[in-house]
Design a protein around this ligand. Sequence first.
Ligand code: MLT
Length: 208
Amino acid sequence: MTETEFIHRFEPAASAGSPPLLLLHGTGGDENDLLGLGKMISPGSALLSPRGRVLEHGMPRFFRRLAEGVFDEDDVRRRANELGEFVNAARQRYGIAAPVAVGFSNGANIAAALLLLKPEVLAGAILLRAMVPLSDPPKAELGGKPVLLLSGQADPIVPASNSAKLAALLSQAGASVTHRVLPAGHQLSQADLTLARDWIGNVDAKAA
Ligand code: MLT
């Protein structure tokens, strides 16, 4: 497998005008995990869903970590670059526009890293239970890119201060950030789906 290749699923758009989604699973997930979520959030969208290339005790992830919530930041940078190259190659191969990332947990963290390191790769992002991926990120220029950050108020993995810091970091870089803290833990709730669906509908309308 070359640097830019990831095991992945691709489903073409069912209707024109909906942004393609880049689906990024959590630790231990794979390329099939978020297809259903993607269809619920944006029924007509093309779906590009890679499997993370790092294995932690056999569980796929998008970058290495030293402990829960403690990241190998060199690996975060390297893997975000690889993922960015994969997305650019997949755009050519499948003829799709820049996608909106929909990432959960580890997938949300690599999406946040992509926004900070290679902002041109994404049209926007839905970050579900994300945390700050880099302690010293480069100065990114996000130029109004829409970002929805959904956090759980009782999340044992992501402290409230950390998700607030991520929201501030992305806003300072110029993203148009909506941050909602839900009565939930690390797992997704019905409210996540509803908010994500409504938010992407508005992104659509604005783009049209
Ligand atoms: C991570 O490692 O990205 C976060 O701790 C979330 C997780 O995957 O558990």
